[in-house]
Ligand binder design. Structure first.
Ligand code: FES
Ligand SMILES: [Fe+2]
Length: 334
């Protein structure tokens, strides 16, 4: 689980009811909205008797532990020990606090690495969110899988004909060409001369004969982005930000932004349940993969020509830069 990155802890609206327990990269966190309205993240473990702070309540002094009422500010300092006679003495006691940013309706937490204790950049933005002509929705799923298995699945074309049979692509397989390029922390595949998907949703979204520009992209730490562009006024983007919780659990926030003028509202009615159904099929196949790996032992994957960019994703996650690699062309039957 990569450190030295921003990860999404939750959506802003999820903090309305009080503190939330979340795990990121193996660390238990209490996420809450402080009395000043700002989102904050503390280690989910009271310094006193280690009760989870996420069981507590937000008060004027900060997050109040449910056991003995010790209260913690967003900076991690103890602001109050109710039974202490010297109220100021508690300031020296502290719990770990994490850098937090809130933007576009998401709460991000910086998970420091040994080299990067403090953030060296701001969290990424979801493209076109809130821009004129664009609509969007967000789906959140917990995958019982390693974050690598999630990102490779989200950018894997061959499984769509099997796991999403009938929903996504038709029975007919066509040969397409892709061009693969990479950089310091990303890899991208552009599909050359792709036609619309031969399924009911493809026919609905894309007029017959339109040229489709389709680009799949992976970005460190665990970010995937799929762009389909038919024209300026007809395009969509699916971006998944994966938050690794443990080697077998990943919380995924999938943003789907689209522009289909003049049908925007209608498209959302169809797109949202459709995308949700696809995602649920992926949740299930990855749950099965993890269950099977538990039976057979650690992953020993075979990277095949048809895996397109999976090998490159693995290299990036293993710390190898792809900058300077020559672009690669591949052919694939989809
Ligand atoms: S365990 Fe939190 S106040 Fe005692
Ligand atoms: Fe899928």
């Amino acid at each position: 689980m990569l450190r030295g990155h921003w990860y999404i802890a939750c959506r802003s609206q999820q903090l309305a009811k009080g503190p939330l327990a979340r795990t990121i990269a193996g660390e238990a966190l209490a996420i809450f909205r402080g009395p000043d309205g700002n989102a904050a993240a503390l280690i989910d473990r009271c310094a006193h008797r280690n009760l989870a702070l996420s069981r507590g309540k937000v008060t004027a002094g900060g997050l109040r532990c449910a056991y003995h009422g010790w209260t913690w500010g967003a900076d991690g300092h103890c602001t109050r020990i109710p039974s202490a006679c010297e109220p100021d003495a508690c300031r020296a006691i502290r719990v770990k606090a994490y850098p937090v940013r809130e933007q576009q309706g998401f709460v991000w937490v910086w998970m420091a690495s040994a080299e990067k204790a403090e953030p060296d950049r701001e969290p990424p933005l979801f493209p076109w969110l809130g821009e004129p002509g664009w609509r969007h929705f967000v789906m959140e799923r917990v995958f019982e899988a390693d974050a690598f298995h999630c990102v490779e699945n989200f950018l894997d074309v061959p499984h769509t004909a099997h796991v999403h049979r009938g929903l996504f692509r038709g029975e007919e397989s066509k040969e397409i060409e892709l061009e693969i390029t990479g950089g310091e922390d990303w890899i991208e595949a552009e599909f050359i001369g792709e036609e619309r998907m031969d399924s009911w949703i493809g026919k609905l979204l894309v007029p017959a004969g339109s040229a489709v520009r389709h680009v799949d992209r992976f970005q460190l730490p665990y970010v995937t982005r799929v762009d389909y562009r038919m024209s300026e006024k007809r395009q969509y983007v699916v971006m998944s930000q994966c938050t690794p919780e443990s080697p077998e659990r990943t919380r995924v926030f999938t943003y789907l932004g689209f522009r289909f003028e003049p049908l925007g509202g209608l498209i959302k009615l169809i797109f949202q349940p459709f995308a949700g159904a696809i995602l649920n099929q992926d949740v299930e196949i990855l749950r099965q993969q993890t269950e099977d790996l538990r039976r057979t032992g650690a992953a020993r994957f075979l990277y095949h020509e048809t895996d397109a960019i999976a090998r490159g994703i693995r290299d990036l996650l293993d710390g190898k830069s792809l900058a300077g690699r020559a672009p690669e062309r591949k052919r694939l039957k989809v």
